[in-house]
Design a protein around this ligand. Structure first.
Ligand code: SF4
Length: 509
């Protein structure tokens, strides 16, 4: 066998050994697959315009959507509050999926519990599971708050969270005054961004219950939204607040929870927004959402309390950051600090230094609606041209906003907006109208393999690269990081190409 104890080969190399290759061939023969000619013919067909039309007309089936289900967003939002236990009312498998999804991206564990519903609960209801689950979770993990969200099964059978939680109090599974946040997160509608929204609204509803807005305090609430770069971005936001001298509270701050140090101490809960901050948030000057589509219901709720709200689309680059800083300045009455103006100038300088490599490159982008918007805006600032812009969880409003954005620049002329489409649709789009680069999550690597369009990983989830989330993408500093990520890919590809010919394989680019 090729595997020996003193030199262990990883699977990528091991399975290339002749023994395994032979095994794969035998497996192929056993499976009676189609001949290479038939496969090649079918491959050509799925790259055709004829197939593209059929693929885009498809409605009854989704293949590889660029989104996840609602409870994932709720779990992400839950762990951004101090000592808060994410509690999933549903089957264990769902909870395992959410935890592993987050752990694979952040390379950190994500503590969460489940009511472990099985067949009997699906038939008779999950009341007993919820009561036992709350009692166990409260007793064993001693959280400050439990944040309950639901999965498909609990929603399909119509479990009543409010009544069930009250039942748990009556039966003394948890104390009468123990705070339980709840969010209904049916997975058969919406996506993780709606789950995020539902949970944040649930937190405000729970802690602002019976309260009205009092005397306004000069403080700003910032809701980051579902963000795979939250560790770097939230810390960057705090640095910007410090430069400004602004008192701001990040509502759901996961930056410490997903970046716990190895120092010999186990932290099941780390950092997070304090509940004192949540309670005080009602009197803040304003609430700012960094991602409009992640916070629609929450912002409506905040507005109903009489508090001004502002919403952005994942601010990356010059205009995105300009708008954010000017809004902060307007709300607080503080001027934009000179140090941040210097950072802006440095980003503009870096963009100008590299413009000869950036100008005219074409990109397709997929991901959450706000991310696609912010990224497309920055691409146009860099002299790049967006081609296909796709958000499986984007709707008509997003489509209209995207089109309006593309119309603001001549670089937007090639842009086509695809709300509600999946990555199998993106495959047809790229096969028929290719572009230079694809920007999105790790799931884009199969498109890269199929179509040879290099993937730039810049959103959630990133499973096959490490530690990207530690660096910000927001603010001018974040813009610099995004710029370098894009440039590195452009120059790597150029080197790869010129390596083949030997012509213009230069040291200085
Ligand atoms: S879609 Fe439903 S069953 Fe699947 S992981 Fe989400 S909640 Fe669970």
């Amino acid at each position: 066998m090729p595997q020996v104890a003193d030199k262990i080969k990883d699977h990528a190399r091991l399975f290339n050994e002749p023994e395994y290759q032979e095994l794969f061939e035998r497996k192929k023969a056993f499976e009676c697959g189609a001949s290479d000619e038939v496969v090649a013919k079918q491959s050509d067909y799925i790259n055709s315009w004829e197939y593209r039309e059929k693929n885009l007309a498809r409605q009854a089936l989704t293949v590889n959507p660029a989104k996840a289900c609602q409870p994932l967003g709720a779990m992400f939002a839950s762990v951004g509050f101090e000592k808060t236990l994410a509690f999933n009312h549903g089957s264990q498998g769902c909870t395992a999926y959410f935890r592993s999804h987050l752990a694979r991206h952040f390379k950190e564990p994500c503590a969460a519990v489940s009511t472990s519903m099985t067949e009997d609960a699906a038939v008779f209801g999950g009341l007993n599971n919820l009561i036992d689950g709350l009692q166990n979770a409260y007793t064993v993990y001693k959280p400050k708050v439990i944040a309950v969200s639901t999965t498909c099964i609990a929603e399909v059978i119509g479990d009543d969270l409010t009544a069930f939680i009250q039942n748990a109090r009556t039966k003394e599974a948890i104390p009468q005054d123990f705070p339980v946040v709840k969010a209904n997160t049916p997975s058969f509608v919406g996506s993780h961004i709606n789950g995020y929204d539902a949970l944040i609204k649930g937190v405000f509803t729970c802690f602002w219950e019976g309260k009205e807005r009092g005397e306004v305090t000069p403080r700003v609430n910032i809701i980051p939204g579902f963000d795979g770069y939250a560790v770097g971005n939230n810390r960057e936001l705090k640095r910007i607040f410090a430069e400004f001298g602004i008192d701001a509270a990040i509502i759901s701050d996961v930056s410490d929870q997903f970046d716990t140090p190895t120092d010999g101490k186990y932290r099941m809960f780390d950092g997070g927004t304090t509940y004192q901050q949540v309670e005080e948030a009602i009197n803040a000057s304003a609430t700012i959402s960094m991602q409009k589509y992640c916070t629609e219901k929450t912002l409506d709720f905040v507005k109903e309390k009489g508090q001004p709200v502002h919403a952005f689309h994942y601010p990356i680059g010059i205009k995105g950051t300009d708008d954010l800083l000017m809004t902060l300045s307007e709300i607080t009455g503080k001027p934009i600090p000179e140090s941040l103006e210097m950072e802006r100038g440095r980003l503009v300088d870096a963009m100008a230094d590299s413009s000869n490599w950036l100008h005219g490159k074409t990109y397709s982008i997929f991901g959450d609606p706000d991310f696609v918007y912010g990224m497309a805006q920055f691409i146009m600032e860099l002299g790049g041209e967006p081609v296909h812009l796709l958000a499986t969880n984007g709707g008509k409003e997003w489509e209209a906003e995207m089109k309006a954005l593309l119309a603001t620049s001549p670089y937007g002329a090639k842009g086509q907006v695809w709300p509600g489409k999946d990555l199998w649709a993106m495959r047809s789009l790229l096969a028929t109208e290719p572009c230079d680069f694809l920007i999105g999550s790790s799931y884009g690597k199969y498109l890269e393999k199929d179509l040879g369009i290099p993937l730039i990983r810049l959103t959630f989830p990133i499973f096959d690269r490490h530690h990207h989330h530690r660096f910000p993408t927001w603010g001018y500093q974040g813009g610099l990081r995004v710029l370098v990520t894009i440039l590195d890919k452009i120059l790597d590809e150029l080197d790869r190409e010129t390596m083949k010919t030997g012509i213009s394989f230069d040291l200085v680019r």
